[in-house]
Design a protein around this ligand. Structure first.
Ligand SMILES: [Zn+2]
Length: 365
């Protein structure tokens, strides 16, 4: 089998569930519909759900900025090179093999020597590079200098204050404003307080077609990061999580800010996945802190019980339990009494509703 065949072989044998899994970890927030996946445009750092994966061709297509078709390896290269980094196709292949723990027939093929680099030249469809290092690490988090935040204005964020987020919490989380893009700037730290990415919430209606939330691009630096390899707010809540052995998992960044506003920073046990999927990497981050219960507090993603969306949403929640209940108690804040609006987070409509849903949380089985 030559290299091209081998590559095609791996690609064509990935199941749609495996592709979904990888997209979750990359923060693409995939929605699977039969033989199709609709995901966030992580190919160019966008946030709208306009990147499609077709199971019959095993190819992705981005319907906005890229307007391009690409396979899973090229997608990983696109994700890893945003903001000017270098990442080669052999690295992407190693990434996929490590991610799925795929067995290889010929170990030599994956060695990082000159020969294998030569072999890659036959894949003339792909860009050549001579960097084939670091194939052990799946997570390629870059750290950014957070001095950038010192230079950005920090005005009162009135639309957020009106929703209930306190100004002191906004300051504590180092939220800023980017005048050039007219967007709210949300710094993302890893659990050790390294700045791993910055996301922006646009305040311009017309810009929402590219996604309400996008990575910040400033002074020719793209501050993107693979969202599934981090938990927003964990740097602020980790000690409380460690102490109480509980974590509340929200979807969006604003929910932990609301939680701290209502219940105090000293009681904050919340994190956000920044999407609607929980990756195993994110669960591991919590297990490392000794959590015994994870409370799933995802947005209410159905209009009516029993409708198609409801069934899909419930299946997703059940899958989380199936995957992790061996390691940790999984409980759900589930709106049985229909007190929340469609797409509301359990904390969006004030502390009373939140407490009610929290007290009524339950585990499956
Ligand atoms: Zn794209």
């Amino acid at each position: 089998m030559d290299e091209k065949e081998r590559l095609e072989n791996i690609k064509n044998n990935l199941t749609i569930e495996q592709v979904t899994d990888l997209l979750i970890t990359l923060g693409a927030d995939p929605i699977q519909k039969d033989d199709l996946i609709i995901a966030r445009t992580i190919c160019h750092g966008g946030d709208s759900h306009k990147m499609y994966y077709y199971e019959n061709t095993h190819l992705f297509r981005c319907y906005t900025e890229c307007s391009d078709t690409f396979d899973i390896f090229e997608l990983i290269v696109k994700v890893q090179t945003q903001g000017g980094g270098k990442y080669s196709l052999p690295q992407a292949l190693t990434y996929v093999i490590n991610f799925f723990n795929l067995e290889t027939e010929n170990d030599n093929f994956f060695k990082n020597d000159e020969n294998s680099l030569q072999d890659w030249k036959i894949l003339n469809r792909y860009e050549k590079t001579n960097e084939i290092n670091d194939n052990k690490r799946i997570v390629e988090m870059k750290f950014f200098d957070d001095k950038i935040l010192d230079y950005l204005p920090k005005p009162r964020i009135l639309p957020w204050e009106e929703e209930g987020i306190k100004n002191e919490v906004i300051k504590y989380h180092r939220i800023c404003y980017n005048p050039s893009s007219q967007a709210i700037v949300i710094p993302h730290y890893d659990k050790d307080n390294n700045l791993v990415g910055i996301r922006e919430r646009t305040l311009i209606k017309e810009n929402e077609i590219y996604g309400k939330y996008r990575p910040m691009y400033l002074n020719r630096i793209m501050y993107n990061h693979p969202l599934g390899f981090n938990l927003y707010n964990l740097n602020f809540s980790k000690e409380n999580i460690q102490r109480t052995k509980k974590a509340i998992i929200f979807e969006g960044e604003k929910s932990p800010l609301l939680f701290a506003s209502y219940f105090g920073q000293e009681n904050d046990i919340s994190v956000a996945v920044c999407g609607s999927n929980l990756s195993s990497y994110q669960v591991q981050l919590l297990l490392d802190l000794g959590v015994e219960e994870i409370v799933i507090a995802f947005d209410k993603q159905f209009q009516q019980r029993g409708d198609k969306e409801f069934l899909g949403w419930v299946k997703k929640l059940k899958d989380i339990d199936k995957k992790y209940n061996k390691y940790v108690t999984v409980s759900y804040m589930f709106d049985r009494q229909d007190i929340l609006q469609y797409k509301s987070s359990p904390i969006d409509e004030g502390p009373d509703k939140f407490i009610q849903l929290y007290n009524q949380r339950f585990s499956l089985e």
